[in-house]
Design a binder for this molecule. Structure first.
Ligand SMILES: [Zn+2]
Length: 346
């Protein structure tokens, strides 16, 4: 049995450890890290942190198995981003440009049917795919994870748990719910990485990650839509506060230059990030905490809906060499691929 009070006491230790592990990974894969820090999508840092911490929201019957596989679930939180460059149909699983459906001042959340078949009937599948499908894909992944639990397939439980954590994380990012995803329509290019990578990497050690226990979710599709809705409600603040700040902030202090490997690159300065954080009133931390409890809750719901299989039988079964090989190949392909100009940093 896991004692929640003990967990609380060890919270600080956990995050020190998490940070050290991250720092180690970061040093070893510096170039890789930087590529992703720029590609947004909570960056590699944020996605790994969300999956890692979500494990500690799980009930005792799940905690042992997930804790045993904490490194896998952390490391592979970013696999869907690696796949977006290589697999057709992957990219749109990470976002929904819900404001595309707001033509004529209509409420897009009333315009777009919640259920996939109804939405296809109204807008066509091509349109839905073109503007993103994240709320529906979370439901698809939940069923896959549930099936993996039902069959006690360790490889698939780990793979789908890691991946659904990624999509849930993306649904909690405001700029994943708008066509103006990188401020490119309002002269704010770069804001995507500022919000979900630069600031997260800078401040994540100060965030409070004790999110409590995961909850059973009665309706996963409604839950996913609600994540998108709350993200979208924050889009206006994300953009307008940056614009206001830029108008008053000394223009020669907005950016700084850092050396990354052989290159000198322009980044938002710490001063600008701090000032933006103040204006956001903790929004990034709040969205990250909501993503963490959402990931834990959907893992838990998939397990309950699978009939609560005994995971202690699986604790000593590691992911298979075949799965590890497959994912290593994905990683190698990703590292060799040129991503410049794709997704969030164009
Ligand atoms: Zn993503």
């Amino acid at each position: 049995m896991v004692n929640w009070l003990i967990l609380l006491k060890f919270k600080k230790k956990l995050f020190v450890l998490t940070f050290l592990l991250f720092a180690q990974t970061c040093t070893a894969n510096y170039n890789l890290f930087w590529l992703h820090a720029n590609s947004g999508l909570w960056g590699f840092f944020g996605h790994k942190r969300i999956n890692r911490v979500a494990i500690f929201s799980l009930p005792p019957a799940m905690f042992g198995f997930f804790k045993e596989n904490i490194e896998f679930l952390t490391e592979h939180a970013t696999d869907p981003d690696k796949r977006r460059y290589a697999v057709e149909g992957e990219a749109q699983r990470h976002y929904i440009d819900i404001d595309h459906y707001a033509l004529g001042g209509k409420n897009p959340f009333e315009e777009v049917p919640k259920k996939w078949n109804d939405a296809v009937a109204k807008f066509s599948e091509d349109t839905l795919q073109a503007y993103g499908i994240v709320p529906w894909h979370i439901l698809v992944m939940k069923y896959r994870l549930q099936k993996a639990f039902e069959t006690k397939n360790v490889d698939l439980i780990l793979k789908y748990a890691a991946e659904i954590g990624h999509y849930i994380g993306d649904a909690h990012v405001p700029l994943h719910t708008t066509e103006n995803y990188n401020g490119q329509l309002t002269g704010q290019r770069g804001i995507h990485g500022l919000w979900e990578s630069r600031i997260v990497e800078m401040d994540a050690e100060n965030y409070d990650y004790f999110v409590g226990k995961s909850n059973y979710i009665n309706n996963v599709l409604d839950f996913s839509w609600n994540a998108v809705y709350t993200s979208h409600m924050a889009v206006d603040s994300v953009l307008s506060l940056e614009k206001e700040l830029t108008a008053t902030f000394p223009s020669d202090k907005k950016y700084a230059y850092e050396t990354r490997g052989q290159a000198v690159i322009q980044v938002y300065s710490k001063e600008f990030c701090d000032a933006y954080q103040l204006l956001l009133h903790g929004m990034i931390e709040r969205r990250m905490r909501e993503a963490i409890i959402a990931v834990g809750s959907i893992w838990y719901t998939a397990w309950v809906d699978a009939g609560q299989p005994n995971l202690s039988e699986l604790t000593s079964t590691p992911p298979s060499p075949e799965l590890l090989k497959e994912l290593e190949m994905l990683n190698e392909t990703f590292q060799k691929t040129e991503h410049k100009g794709t997704i969030c940093d164009d």
